[in-house]
Ligand binder design. Structure first.
Ligand code: HEM
Length: 299
């Protein structure tokens, strides 16, 4: 199997930046990909910053046909739930996720990335993420409990050996703003009903409400994904950056549909306390697939 980009699985970094860029009008897609592939320097030299790069699926397919799951598409249409609850579509062309020990190095490398790509792409959206009390999200619950282990994840959430896109992964990136006042007004036992887990201990409720977040996203039903969610924001506006990797888009789509109450089930109660501001799908090719471009001569 081709090697997944290692930063996907590099846990424990304390500072994160997610840069979403749009191709400049008239810029050549192949040149853009070649320059992204060439962003190698920061990974090895500046303070050990991990770099994960992904592409709008249609853009990647146009330069590397047959090297991603067939039919994979970006988040181009808002997803509207049964009662009108909407997840917005804010697709961009490239994502670069940088993660390091502290924001100073992440900041420097981020600036380097934007300037290295400047002739080909412009920065459209940026998010800075930081872990909240190690593994909590900003609701105060432990986030990531049901993730596959690192040993399982490298194969569970990447495209299988020999299939188009071998070693690559589909990333769903969404910025969710929390309604903190509303959430904090809710007594803890009710917050636990919303999540379907105990707040302090993290155990799943038995029985768990059908409207709970863990019931709406149950991996036994939808398949495994690997989440690298992280907190973001300031005192006035903050929430969760949802960073979910999967071997296909279908299971992420199915989870989102289930959260919005499409297809007959109830809407996820968590959506009463958090709303998505952005949403995009990216294909994160294997290291080898990306390196093919790095070696290409300039046009
Ligand atoms: C505001 C946004 C979100 C927050 C704060 C959040 C938080 C949580 C928490 C606290 C858990 C329980 C612990 C765990 O297993 O990790 C959880 C579980 C989970 N979440 Fe989310 N989540 C958010 C959005 C999403 C979205 C958009 C998806 C899918 C597209 C998703 C997929 C999952 C999955 C698959 C699980 C594990 C379910 C299981 O198999 O038990 N989450 N989330």
């Amino acid at each position: 199997m081709a090697t997944p980009q290692t930063g996907i699985f590099a846990l424990g970094t304390l500072s994160h930046a997610y840069l979403e860029l749009d191709r400049r009008q008239g810029a050549d897609a192949r040149e853009l990909v070649r320059h992204v592939a060439g962003l190698r320097e920061p990974r090895t030299t500046i303070g050990g910053v991990n770099l994960v790069a992904g592409f709008r699926p249609e853009l990647w397919a146009s330069v590397a046909p047959g090297s991603s799951p067939p039919g994979l598409a970006g988040f181009t249409e808002p997803l509207v739930g049964a009662d009108g609850y909407t997840l917005p579509a804010t697709q961009h062309d490239v994502v670069v996720w940088l993660a390091g020990a502290a924001y100073d190095v992440v900041f420097d490398v981020s600036r380097g990335v934007v300037s290295a790509l400047a002739a080909h792409a412009t920065l459209a959206h940026e998010m800075v993420g930081w872990p909240y009390h190690r593994d909590l999200d900003l609701t105060g619950f432990v986030d990531g409990t049901e993730n596959p282990t690192l040993v399982e994840a490298t194969t569970a959430v990447t495209v299988e050996r020999g299939a188009p896109g071998d070693g690559g992964s589909v990333l769903l990136l969404q910025q969710w703003e929390h309604d903190v006042d509303r959430w904090e007004a809710l007594p803890v036992p009710q917050q636990e009903q919303v999540m379907g887990r105990r707040k302090l201990e993290g155990d799943e409720l038995d029985p768990r409400p059908e409207t709970s977040h863990v019931a709406r996203t149950d991996q036994e039903r939808f398949g495994q994904i690997f989440r690298r969610n992280i907190g973001y924001g300031t005192l006035t506006r903050h929430g969760t950056i949802f960073v979910g990797f999967s071997r296909d888009r279908a299971r992420l789509d199915a989870m989102l549909a289930s959260m919005t109450g499409r297809g007959g089930g109830p809407r996820d109660r968590l959506t009463d306390f958090a709303r998505a501001l952005t949403g995009a799908y990216y294909f994160v090719p294997s290291s080898e697939a990306l390196a093919t471009f790095e070696e290409e001569p300039a046009h």
